[in-house]
Design a protein around this ligand. Structure first.
Ligand code: TXE
Length: 481
């Protein structure tokens, strides 16, 4: 079994935590030890923020042109592709996700670096019409040092999605990966150095959320914070950022509905409806975790979904089944707690855990529940596991009321062949992304992404992220008659 002992990257140097303390990592598939990471503290974060500050204030990084920054990002993307096999093995081992999904994640990771590598020298300011004799320019400048706290569900993809646009705009970065899964971030930091990123431009510091994460979120030396994780931690990091008067982008998950009308092409919808919840064992911020089905086809749809759920298999990451284990014992307990809330009469179907799955792995059977009341906790709260709930609706207005009836608003899917209804629904849905006759949990490098309400605010992905990671300066020049 692979055992990895990771190091921090601070100011271009790989090193353990200053205290030399470490956190053990376990494999979600077996519950067995697979390595350890530095248990960094405030002084490690201080060192990383100082290194980043030096990089943007006079360091080599601050002198790189947009073209050079773009080339570095593109080179890192190429290195990720070159080492894709190894990175996918590590991602799969560390998170428990099936190997083929880890391969897709690594492909997308490379794509983020490529995309923003191409974007770095194509994004600039503007001029404005104003009074005669004046020239008005709007400049796009880097923010300075950006802090990034990322979760364990898509460690490599989320690292790339948040670091790449920030680096493209010329910021220096400090990233704190999640203590439950951070082996790919550690490997990506090594590839970043190999690609030639100057000292201090990328710093990666591992550790627990309440120590290393909280130190980064509250650090007076950062100019912007990007956070992806739970709404509760999101609120606490946003409060810390506010006390330092810096902005933040928060991506805090969702309870994303897929709305199936009676005129939908059901055969095309079924595999997508299932995949959108079992991908990453349901631990996807944009998982399609609620299905709203028009009453006239409710029984038909739920019966077919039930048939498909009963065939699903969960097992160790390297068996590459439909889904792997959950990330940790804590997540497994959380998801089983939600299943206990379900009335037995609403249990439609459950998939299986393969018999050779190690007993100490964090497996949960994929489960289909319905009909579930739209006001119940199962319909309102993010379960973050392979649990899909079904709720019937009678007409378009009830579908909208149910779809918008949670505190979250990240993504929604609409399945209907009526073109006018597609647009009416897209307008009425209160969320950041709407998919029509398709659904894209994760992925979509080009597509601006972010939520409303409890799902957070700010947008990442796509060219819009270059706005997020830069600041506008208005320059007013009087040039005379
Ligand atoms: O999240 P946390 P957890 C949701 C999902 C899941 C729940 C709990 O519903 O069941 O959150 O997961 C760091 N200051 N999502 O407990 O705590 C932590 O080290 C600063 C949705 O793992 O938010 C990690 O790096 N940082 C989500 C990151 O925050 C702190 C993905 C996320 O951990 C901190 C993950 C603190 N006080 C969970 N405490 C999505 N949007 O995709 C923790 N952290």
């Amino acid at each position: 079994m692979l055992t990895i002992h990771g190091r921090n990257l601070v100011g271009g140097q790989f090193r353990p935590a200053l205290s030399e303390k470490r956190i053990d990592l376990v494999s979600p598939s077996s519950g067995r030890l697979i390595g350890s990471i530095p248990a960094s503290e405030k002084r490690d974060i201080d060192a990383a923020v100082s290194a980043a500050r030096a990089a943007v204030e006079g360091g080599t990084w601050s002198r790189q042109t947009a073209v050079e920054r773009g080339r570095l990002l593109t080179a890192l993307g190429a290195l990720v592709s070159k080492h894709a096999d190894k990175l996918a093995q590590i991602e799969s081992l560390d998170t428990g996700k099936p190997l083929r999904q880890a391969r897709q994640d690594i492909e997308l990771t490379a794509r983020y670096f490529e995309f923003y590598g191409g974007g770095a020298d194509k994004f600039g300011g503007e001029t404005l019409p104003y009074l005669n004799d004046f020239n008005i320019q709007l400049w796009r400048e880097p923010l300075g040092v950006t802090g990034h706290i990322i979760p364990w569900n898509y460690p490599s993809q989320i690292l790339a999605r948040t670091l790449a646009p920030s680096l493209a705009m010329g910021n220096a970065t400090v990233l704190k990966p999640a203590e439950d899964a951070c082996l790919t971030p550690i490997h990506l930091s090594e590839l970043a150095v190999e690609a030639g990123f100057p000292d201090g431009s990328i710093n990666v510091v591992t550790g627990s959320g309440d120590v290393a994460g909280a130190s980064l979120a509250s650090h007076v030396g950062i100019d912007f914070l990007s956070f992806t994780g739970s709404p509760e931690t999101g609120a606490s990091v946003a409060a810390a950022a506010a006390s330092n008067r810096i902005a933040c982008a928060l991506e805090l998950g969702g309870k994303s509905p897929q709305i199936v009308f009676e005129d939908a092409d059901l055969e095309s919808a079924y595999p997508v409806l299932v995949q959108a919840i079992i991908q990453n064992a349901g631990q996807t911020c944009s998982a399609g975790s609620r299905i709203l089905v028009q009453s006239s086809v409710y029984d038909l749809v739920v019966e077919e979904l039930g048939r498909r759920f009963a065939e699903l298999e969960a097992g160790p990451h390297d068996l590459d089944l439909d889904l792997g284990p959950l990330i940790s014992h804590k997540q497994k307990t959380r998801v089983l707690g939600y299943l206990e809330l379900a009335d037995q009469s609403t249990m439609v179907a459950q998939g299986n855990i393969v018999s050779d799955a190690p007993p100490d792995g964090f497996y949960v059977r994929p489960t289909l529940l319905g009909p579930i009341d739209g006001d119940s906790r199962l319909a309102q709260e993010e379960i973050f596991g392979p649990v899909l709930i079904c709720t019937p609706f009678s007409d378009e207005s009830e579908a909208v009321r149910l779809a918008n009836g949670t505190d979250y608003g990240l993504v929604a899917g609409v399945w209907t062949s009526d073109g006018s209804r597609q647009l009416r629904m897209a307008k009425a849905l209160n969320c950041g992304q709407v998919f029509i006759n398709c659904f894209g949990a994760g992925g979509g490098v080009e597509l601006p992404f972010g939520g409303v309400g409890k799902s957070g605010h700010g947008r990442e992905k796509g060219m819009i992220a270059l706005h997020t990671y830069s600041r506008l300066k208005t320059v007013v020049q009087f040039h005379g008659h």
